[in-house]
Design a binder for this molecule. Structure first.
Ligand SMILES: [Zn+2]
Length: 156
């Protein structure tokens, strides 16, 4: 694989790490695609137009706000019902990637409920959501920049 030569050439752990992350993402997304429920979520209409208009980085800023308020706390009174099905591209992305509630985070991402999400876990979830949003835009994987960058993986 040419990427391995590239990593040796770059000579740093981060690039090696991101290759591991890419593999984790590929297996996560392969599993998500196999789920009838998860794989039927796609952006369309206003949600897609909003993403195209605002761009992925700004939409991921919104995602971070949603995560902090609706997923990160140790106790969430309406867990399982905190993520609407439409109204923002991130909501759709959350259902598609099982980042919608703490029960799904536990089942799909190995993040235990009942405690606050760590900063690393939040960063990881933002990467997952960004990866899905870029796939929806049809640009993921076309360039090095489109893929997830170095990050910390919780529980893998
Ligand atoms: Zn859920």
């Amino acid at each position: 694989m040419s990427s391995i030569r590239m990593h040796r050439w770059l000579g740093c752990f981060e690039s090696h790490f991101s290759e591991i992350v890419m593999r984790e993402f590929e297996s996560l997304f392969a599993a998500l695609m196999k789920s009838k429920f998860r794989s039927r979520f796609h952006l369309k209409g206003k949600d897609l137009a909003y993403l195209q208009d605002k761009g992925v980085p700004l939409i991921l800023d919104h995602a971070r706000d949603f995560l902090v308020k609706r997923l990160a706390p140790a106790m969430i009174p309406n867990d399982g019902k905190q993520t609407p099905y439409r109204g923002h591209p991130v909501f759709v992305a959350q259902h598609a990637t099982a980042c919608c509630c703490r029960a799904c985070l536990h089942k799909w991402h190995g993040i235990e409920p009942g405690r606050e999400l760590t900063a690393d876990e939040q960063n990881y979830l933002i990467e997952v959501l960004g990866y899905w949003l870029k796939r929806e835009l049809g640009c993921a994987g076309k360039s090095e920049e489109a893929g997830p960058k170095q990050m910390m993986l919780p529980g893998f």
